[in-house]
Design a protein around this ligand. Structure first.
Ligand code: SF4
Ligand code: SF4
Length: 384
């Protein structure tokens, strides 16, 4: 296995230029970039700093960041693990505010959100930075770099909202890298978007402290959280994070009642154990309910995990069957083009409701969010 430090990756990045990856909710992927009216992506200069939210002074000019469970203790002139929050003389700042490195118009299915305004698009934005380092990250070219190392463009919140309206997207998606680390910007964009009747969805690892999460939820319309695996060991070894805070965040999201979908990338030998996943499915059912969609997606060799094969489709199908057996009502197989389990059937009468092929909606039979045959209401957000 290749082991690269952030410094090694910085060297690679100068060679690879803006190397957008391809695949499910990756930054780029051949989709039309948004016309920014002549604004140019630039790299090199440290972006303007804005005072960060959620931190505390510790004395001796040190600070503790309270935004995510990493709880970085940061000395003067240093940055936290995510590389976008910096201590300047005992005050804490974000360098990610308004520093957008990816803008695309994506199908909402690509996030993936399957029970949220199906067939619509989302103006999708990212800044550099992440509070984890998953060895399989498909967007490592932006998630593992600092804002001054990635070509960025300055997009104030009101401009993002106006762009979403210009492209007739009912939603802004904070995605590709980890939106928790550009919290202040995400929050302000969501507020501006809402003024224009545009919703906001956070596509996240769920690695956020409860206080900022609870403050954020009211300005969002939906959240997708990546379940990395169901063991502390996996989170620590493969993602440089912890499972418990993600479970706490998920419980808080469910308690708040905002629409939630879960994704788990199934990686051969690392997190595909049937028994362990059965525990995860049971946890989901008991703590989040049986209506939360769960997307089991296929791994492809990426970043530092080049030594493992793609996930066998049979593994995904076996886990999907188990999740249904445990009682989850909406289980999807992802990253397998044309798989029948990427469509939605009525949980009561089994009628096909939303037929998908890839990110395309082939047929949407829903009427006011209900099955036209038996009138069962499909859980989700189907109108504004
Ligand atoms: S948001 Fe960044 S600086 Fe703050 S605790 Fe998390 S990783 Fe550390
Ligand atoms: S949390 Fe997401 S963006 Fe961050 S390293 Fe992991 S896969 Fe990449």
């Amino acid at each position: 296995m290749t082991c690269w430090s952030r410094r090694d990756m910085a060297k690679l990045f100068t060679l690879a230029a803006c190397g957008c990856a391809l695949g499910q909710d990756r930054a780029g992927g051949g989709r039309p970039a948004v016309d920014l009216g002549g604004l140019k992506f630039k790299t090199g200069a440290v972006p303007p700093a804005r005072e960060a939210r959620y931190w505390e002074p510790l004395g001796d000019r040190k600070v503790r960041c309270k935004l995510c469970p990493q709880e970085c203790v940061v000395a003067d002139q240093e940055r936290g693990t995510c590389g976008v929050r910096e201590n300047r003389e005992g005050k804490y700042y974000t360098l990610a505010y308004s520093q957008v490195c990816s803008t695309h118009i994506d199908p909402i299915e690509k996030k993936p959100l399957f029970h949220y305004l199906p067939g619509t698009t989302a103006l999708s934005i990212a800044t550099p930075g992440c509070n984890m380092e998953c060895q399989y990250c498909q967007n490592w070219q932006i998630s593992q770099f600092r804002p001054e190392q990635v070509p960025c463009v300055d997009l104030p919140p009101a401009r993002v909202a106006a762009l979403a309206r210009q492209y007739a997207s009912p939603t802004v998606a904070y995605t590709y890298s980890e939106p928790v680390v550009f919290y202040e910007y995400m929050y302000d964009v969501a507020v501006e978007a809402r003024k224009l009747g545009i919703g906001s969805v956070m596509i996240s690892n769920g690695y956020i402290q409860l206080e900022p999460l609870r403050k954020l939820i009211p300005v969002l319309s939906a959240i997708k959280v990546d379940f990395k695996g169901f063991s502390e060991d996996f989170y620590a070894k493969v993602c440089r994070g912890h499972l418990k805070p993600v479970l706490d965040a998920l419980a808080a999201i469910a308690a708040a009642g905002i629409w939630l979908e879960l994704v788990m990338l199934v990686i051969p030998t690392l997190n595909d154990n049937l028994e362990e996943n059965r525990k995860m499915f049971r946890w989901v059912r008991q703590n989040l309910g049986d209506q939360v969609p769960l997307h089991l997606t296929r791994f492809h060799p990426m970043y530092k995990l080049q030594n493992l094969p793609p996930t066998p489709v049979a593994t995904l199908e076996k886990l999907s069957a188990e999740a249904r057996q445990v009682g989850l009502k909406f289980v999807y197989v992802g990253n397998v083009y044309g798989h029948p389990e990427e469509s939605t059937r009525c949980p009561s009468c089994n009628r096909m409701l939303i037929q998908r092929v890839g990110f395309e909606i082939v047929q949407n039979a829903l009427q006011d969010g209900r099955c036209p045959s038996c009138q069962t209401r499909l859980p989700g957000v189907f109108g504004r």
